[in-house]
Design a protein around this ligand. Structure first.
Ligand code: NAD
Length: 297
């Protein structure tokens, strides 16, 4: 089966590799030659733009940073829609605004094709291991058709509802991730200042009521060794909090914790940490408290 993959970043590349290794005829596109080159070395065929991908592929996958880029890739000059054929399925793994995703699904349907929003959770490790949680919005029959791809990528594939509902679910999840990451960084820094050993703190909290994915996934791998290459970039977490904050404003839902968390990630961006992993917010607390949450210096 001919499959396209557009967006070969921290998530898209390991996902595309899994599809390549599963034996699909893979057509790939990204703005970064290095990302494309690596996929070509594994057997994928490089295409110059999304339109060339849509000429070939029966199923097109996308994993892009934000709504504006997704819309450009889909509806811009040499975009997917310019050559998309009836019967094609677009599976979008990006995290974007639910209403924009719905609007794109309508534009895709006008071409006689179909779309699923399928944002993911599980980080780069989940992408590499085929262990993602995939939150799907769209028609059940399109999900059936997509399963040949999704089963290579995810352990939990949840049909949340109609188009846009996968994105709504992801926005709610990542509101919690942003809040939990800032909270974990804050708590670890206080613990350090109280003289606690970082590893003992992690082992204890991981077995206690303060546990969260942000703590368990980020403390040992990122914060303790002081290695902050993403992972999940601060800029992307900021974008996801923006999606939640905007949705809440439109619906008159107070979001004091979410707004606070977004401001913490705003400070991180102002300190040029935008391309570092979300766990790098710990540096803000470390700087303020004049301590380091490290097991290695
Ligand atoms: P990334 O920035 O690492 O990758 C995005 C890729 O898209 C890059 O390779 C970039 O070159 C490419 N790109 C940008 N503009 C393009 C264009 N016009 N045409 C073609 N390619 C283009 O981002 P990521 O971490 O892989 O995240 C992708 C999506 O998945 C985001 O929406 C993010 O919020 C979501 N997500 C990320 C994680 C994570 O842990 N990194 C987890 C879950 C969901």
């Amino acid at each position: 089966m001919k499959v396209g993959f557009i967006g070969l970043g921290a998530m898209g590349r390991p996902m595309a590799k899994r599809l390549q290794n599963a034996g699909f005829d893979l057509f790939v596109h990204d703005l970064m030659p290095e990302a494309v080159g690596e996929m070509v070395s594994l057997g994928s065929v490089a295409k110059d733009n999304p339109a060339q991908i849509a000429c070939e592929a029966e199923i097109i996958c996308s994993s892009l940073p934000n709504s504006a880029i997704l819309m450009e890739v889909a509806t811009g000059k040499n975009g997917i829609l310019s050559t998309m054929r009836p019967g094609t399925l677009l599976i979008d793994f990006s995290s974007v605004e639910p209403h924009l995703s719905r609007r794109l699904a309508e534009a895709v349907e006008a071409k006689g094709a179909s779309m699923l929003d399928a944002p993911v959770s599980g980080g780069t490790a989940g992408a590499a291991n085929g262990a993602l949680t995939i939150m799907v919005g769209g028609r059940a029959e399109d999900l059936d058709k997509a399963m040949i791809i999704l089963k290579q990528l995810g352990k939990k594939i949840i049909h949340v509802g109609d188009n846009g509902q996968g994105q709504a679910m992801k926005l709610v999840n990542n509101l919690l991730l942003g809040i939990n990451m800032a909270a974990a960084a804050e708590a670890l820094t206080l613990g350090r200042k109280l003289g606690l050993n970082p590893k003992i703190m992690l082992d204890t909290i991981a077995q206690s009521s303060g546990a969260s994915y942000a703590l368990t996934a980020k403390a040992e791998k990122f914060i303790f060794p002081g290695k902050f290459a993403p992972g999940f970039a601060v800029d992307l977490q900021y974008k996801d909090l923006e999606l939640a904050v905007n949705a809440a404003k439109n619906l008159t839902v107070p979001l004091p914790m979410g707004n606070q968390a977004q401001q913490i990630f705003e400070v991180a961006r102002a300190k040029d940490l935008g391309r570092e992993d979300i766990s790098s917010v710990v540096k803000l607390y470390e700087e303020a408290a004049k301590t380091k949450v490290r097991t290695q210096s």
